[in-house]
Design a binder for this molecule. Sequence first.
Ligand code: GRF
Length: 263
Amino acid sequence: MIHILQCTLPIQMKIKLRSAYMIKPQVAKQHDHILFDRIANICKGNPRVAILMSGTGSNTQAILEQRHRYPNLNFAAIATDELASQASLIASQYKLSFIFAKHHDDHPWRTKSFFYDLADKLRYLNINFLVYAGFMKIVHPAFLIEFPGINIHPADLTIKDKIGIPRYRGLGVIQQALVAGERYIASTVHIIEAKTDCGLVIAISKHLPLATGIIYNADKLHEELKLKYEHVLYPQVLTLLGSGRLSYDQLPLRAEYQDLDIS
Ligand code: GRF
């Protein structure tokens, strides 16, 4: 018995791990479709929007600078988990409400109480759609049911590993892409899911090519990627969503090969 257990446990664990990410393609597609339609409908219905950020907020600035392009989206608040971030400054600059939600318990990455607190504050302001822009927390699944949203991530999430999981998720992805010898880096706008950087891909930015034989600095590349491409892509996606012109069948959009600007 012990022998059987020892043999089967790793396999069971593998299956569990695999099934945490992999559901039948058909079911996954339906799930994505439903989620996308929900977001597209919310965006068509003049939602009250909050931006979630933890750091410098350059994407937040770019999104707010261009908000005339998505008049249907009512940007009402900026929320953060980090008092040292630029969130309160940007909120006052654009006359938006500022939300700070506190860590309460011992697990810094996945705190239920944090998301309860945040949800209360968002509810109070009648927020119903979230735009994540460098928010450094893994989102609690229950929170997503009430507050759907989209995120931008500094990697091409359509590059998958052998079992179909996006290869560059989480932190340090530009360095990982450099080490892996990728020929370009790009950023992805995707739907937020409880599993980090795994939600439906909406759009991929233009490619920043990487030449062979050059030693790159990942931080500098990240800044270049943000400035040249993220600050363009995120407002483009919001323009498309806000004007109700985006449908599930068109996804993923690829800025490298398509013109995403609409008149
Ligand atoms: C961006 O690179 C975004 O892709 C990632 O976090 C970074 C946020 O940068 N999710 P900033 O705070 O918008 O400058």
